[in-house]
Design a protein around this ligand. Structure first.
Ligand SMILES: *Cc1c(COP(=O)(O)O)cnc(C)c1O
Length: 456
């Protein structure tokens, strides 16, 4: 590459670069914008490399840009609900429903029996309420939105204080901090107790004329042990009822079946359980342990849910038809007892390590002859997504170590491959956890490994 200083007119013309690129995988205006930016930088730097060098740079930038488009990846991280990798995969029934509804028109807000405008998500709300053992339920875009809606609604009047234990002022994932969500909703934070101990009396003392609600936040992504204490939900709901203050619980995970039945030792509370303990409103995510699309579920008393739906802010948070139909399919699967088959996340929890080992052996066989050391290892898969922090699932990893290539370079090639494969590096090996890779992806995984390890 010659990048000698040269007069301005030596920078190649946009059209020339475009022609030299040949076929484009991105829309022409996107490519043009990249080329213009590249040429402007060259002009500003006063350099005029030859056209091949410019075309090479532009091509790499276009490829990198193309990889920013949403695309399927193989998740070899062993984290089942990986927030960066789209959390819960959807099952075939949900995918089919997405296609059928997305393709054409649907009765989103049209009542077929009466032939006129109807409610939105009426069926889903009823079935979701059944699933949550609640009188009523509704859905918004995610659990954060559900919480903001609840907080804004209940703190809109003179009562602005939200009473919460200091042990529950937590951060969930990137940028979701309970105190900040509270403040951005216009609520006033009224902290009670200490990080490790909060007594019922602490709550009782904090309740007053200004109290809008008591908020309980499930410590979904970490575990606190040792010298800890907090009142039971029953005690807290008793207090809330006596003082006529609503009690809201942010449950996060959205498990609606007993996680123990899926081989997880830790129990995740379900909406039905906490509502049964006297909580007035519960919210959780649709794309964590429920295994559906991104959504925020709200369940509880009909009066509260109805009021939330009438809040003008609700309109800004309501879900699209695609989300609604995917969620409707998932909720129906649970109510029909088909969840073990139709909710992929639950399936991943159940896979036996022997099955993973058998798959791993076949994958290793396909790697023979590559400049690569390969072996099977035992992994520890996690549920992730801020749920069940203590649950570890014994897993099997395909572990590779390239010969004549840096480990980081192999990992980068795999990420840039087709399909992209995401693993993790540990102890000098690149590891791919098979629990989060579906069996039907094994062939693609083998192909990606062969392509990445092949000498350049
Ligand atoms: C994950 C989580 C949230 C945020 O849920 P989103 O659906 O990602 O908005 C809120 N609260 C708790 C307790 C969570 O675990």
């Amino acid at each position: 590459m010659s990048r000698a200083k040269a007069p301005r007119h030596r920078v190649p013309a946009v059209e020339k670069v475009l022609q030299a690129l040949g076929g484009l995988s991105l829309p022409r205006p996107v490519a043009l914008a990249v080329i213009r930016r590249e040429l402007a930088e060259l002009r500003a730097a006063g350099s005029a490399p030859d056209i091949e060098a410019v075309v090479g740079d532009v091509r790499r930038k276009l490829e990198r840009l193309g990889r920013l488009r949403l695309q399927p990846v193989l998740n070899g991280t062993g984290v089942m609900l990986h927030t960066n990798l789209g959390r819960a995969p959807l099952g075939p029934a949900a995918i089919e429903a997405l296609g059928a509804i997305g393709r054409g028109y649907c009765n989103l807000e049209f009542e077929l029996d009466r032939g006129e405008r109807g409610g939105r998500a009426t069926y889903l709300e009823q079935s979701l309420a059944l699933l949550c053992g609640a009188p009523a339920a509704t859905v918004v875009n995610n659990c954060a939105a559900a919480l903001v809606l609840i907080l804004r609604h209940f703190t809109a009047g003179d009562r602005r204080e939200v009473v919460i234990s200091r042990g529950e002022l937590i951060q969930i994932g990137g940028g979701f901090r309970i105190p900040e969500i509270l403040e951005s909703s216009g609520a006033q934070l009224r902290e009670v107790g200490t990080t490790n101990k909060t007594a019922l009396a602490d709550y009782a003392r904090a309740l007053g004329r200004g109290t809008a609600l008591i908020l309980k936040v499930h410590r979904s992504n970490f575990f606190m042990g040792g010298f800890v204490e907090s009142p039971s939900t029953e005690e807290l709901s008793g207090l809330a009822r006596r003082r006529r203050v609503p009690l809201v619980e942010d449950l996060g995970s959205g498990a609606v079946v007993a996680t123990e039945a899926y081989g997880v030792e830790e129990h995740e509370p379900t909406p039905a359980e906490v509502l049964g303990r006297g909580v007035d409103l519960v919210c959780c995510s649709g794309d964590k342990l429920l295994g559906g699309p991104q959504a925020g579920l709200i369940a509880g008393g009909a009066r509260w849910v109805g009021a939330l739906k009438r809040d003008p802010f609700y309109r800004a948070l309501r879900c699209d038809k695609l989300i609604l139909v995917a969620l409707e399919t998932v909720v129906d699967a649970y109510l029909g007892g088909r969840e073990a088959r139709e909710v992929p996340v639950l399936g991943l929890l159940r896979v036996a390590p022997e099955q993973l080992r058998a798959r791993g052996k076949r994958i290793l066989e396909g790697l023979a002859g590559l400049p690569l050391e390969a072996r099977l290892g035992s992994g520890k898969a996690h549920v992730g997504g801020g749920t069940l922090p203590r649950a570890v699932l014994t897993s099997v990893t395909v572990e590779v170590r390239p010969v004549g290539l840096a480990l980081g370079e192999l990992a980068a090639r795999l990420r840039r491959g087709t399909p992209p494969v995401i693993g993790y590096v540990s102890g000098g090996w690149l590891k791919l956890d098979l629990r989060t890779i579906f069996p039907e992806q094994d062939t693609a995984l083998g192909g990606a490994l062969r392509a990445a390890a092949a000498p350049a």
